[in-house]
Design a protein around this ligand. Structure first.
Ligand code: NAD
Length: 397
């Protein structure tokens, strides 16, 4: 019997379940690379339900309890008196979502003597100190691709929202106004602009594909250059160094995972080299950028806009400067937790658990770390060096 500890975000303020806007979600069977969406032996939820909050339980309770396992679900994750920290020392499996991350720091991993598996219900495992996970031979797995398209769609929406000045224009209407000049004086067309994608992985490539029909000039930087035929299909030009990309773009879309090489990639120095009036969209991780440098660049007018759903820490405190900085279109961390995405990553979490309990291999594309090393997709996307702790593990700020 195993103890599974799931840290999920709180239920809707109006109670659970919410009144849903639609009765069903489209059925997706494959991802763009041809791989299949999660295929567990079964699911105990209706796709389209809210699964990522505490009462949704990722649809796991029936499955786990019918196999004799214990499931503890909580949103209480901060500090030594939290349910998370109290239950962790005896947990065999921890499930967390990047939207409401249970920061598994080296210190906490040391105390989690039974921990064998840390599952990210979603994508992005930087909330786990991967060095410490490897030292303790903890398997880290995530549901690769489950919400990549969800995020790519949001990235495109946020690019357009910034460039077109959508949110301030909407606010004018809500406040009873009709001043067209105010709405239009920061509104541009995206057509003809140069857009740079930082990291063309699953999300970055999907953003490139979706932006191509807007008749923009597309650049991308990436650890591994894409094959020539893919570049041609996407109409995208490779730029080896992010510094050369930053200098020339009108819009930068950040799609890289957070690790030692990407931590604070966009700092005062890099921002100063960007064109006046450039925009940044970042749905990847808050710490890819220097928080205060972004505020300074927006206040001075050097950046024309910043939009993102990722913050540090999460949840963001009430006085986080990104809540009140000018020319921003910030949202809580939600682009990857649409109801459509939840159905996929809840099923993927179940698939990983089934493999773990039945001693079967976890899909390699789900693996971030295993047997003391980065593994699967983790070996391609992350960097872990001894003594170079994975940023974002909760020990900063
Ligand atoms: P992915 O693994 O398919 O792609 C990441 C790419 O980044 C890889 O191709 C890798 O080679 C590249 N990369 C890594 N370091 C780099 C560097 N220093 N310079 C350039 N490229 C680099 O992952 P994905 O599905 O595209 O997701 C990317 C990230 O987006 C995740 O790690 C996560 O942090 C974030 N994410 C956010 C949400 C959300 O809800 N906001 C949801 C899913 C993922």
């Amino acid at each position: 019997m195993a103890k599974v500890l799931a840290v999920l975000y709180p239920d809707p303020v109006g109670g659970y379940p919410p009144k849903y806007a639609r009765d069903s979600i489209p059925e997706i069977t494959h991802y763009p690379d041809g791989s299949t969406v999660p295929s567990p032996e079964g699911i105990d939820f209706k796709p389209g339900e809210l699964l990522g909050s505490v009462s949704g339980e990722l649809g796991l309770r029936k499955y786990l309890e019918s196999h004799g396992h214990q499931l503890i679900v909580t949103s209480d994750k901060q500090g030594p008196d939290s349910v998370f920290e109290k239950e962790l020392p005896t947990a065999d499996v921890v499930i967390s979502q990047p939207f409401w991350p249970a920061y598994l720091t080296a210190d906490l991993i040391n105390k989690a003597k039974n921990l064998k598996l840390a599952i990210t219900a979603g994508i992005g495992s930087d909330h786990v100190d991967l060095n410490a996970a490897n030292e303790h031979h903890i398997t880290v797995a995530e549901v690769t691709y489950s919400n990549s398209i969800s995020v790519a769609e949001s990235d495109v929406m946020q690019v357009l929202a910034l460039v077109r000045n959508f949110i301030p224009a909407h606010e004018i209407i809500q406040q009873g106004g009709w001043n067209i000049a105010d709405a239009a004086s920061r509104s541009y067309d995206l057509e003809g602009m140069t857009v740079g994608i930082v990291a063309a992985g699953r999300i970055g490539r999907a953003v490139l594909e979706r932006l191509k029909p807007f008749n923009v000039k597309l650049l991308y930087t990436q650890r591994h250059q894409l094959p020539a035929e893919v570049e041609k299909q996407l109409g995208a030009t490779f730029v080896a160094d992010v510094k050369d990309l930053a200098k020339v773009v009108d819009v930068a879309v950040l799609c890289a995972p957070l690790h030692a090489q990407t931590y604070h990639m966009f700092d005062d120095k890099l921002l100063a080299t960007m064109k006046r009036g450039a925009y940044i969209v970042n749905d990847s991780r808050g710490e890819l950028v220097d928080r205060d440098a972004i505020v300074r660049a927006l206040e001075s007018g050097h950046l024309a806009g910043y939009s993102g759903d990722v913050w540090y820490p999460q949840p963001a405190p009430a006085d986080h400067p990104w809540r009140s900085m000018p020319h921003q279109a910030m949202i809580p961390h939600m682009s990857g937790t649409s109801l459509s995405a939840q159905a996929r990553y809840a099923a993927g979490t179940r698939e990983i658990l089934e493999a773990f309990f039945e001693n079967k291999p976890i899909r390699p594309e789900y693996l971030i770390a295993q047997d003391g090393h980065l593994a699967g997709v983790g070996a391609k996307s992350y960097t872990v060096k001894k003594g170079e702790e994975t940023p974002g593990s909760g020990e900063k700020e």
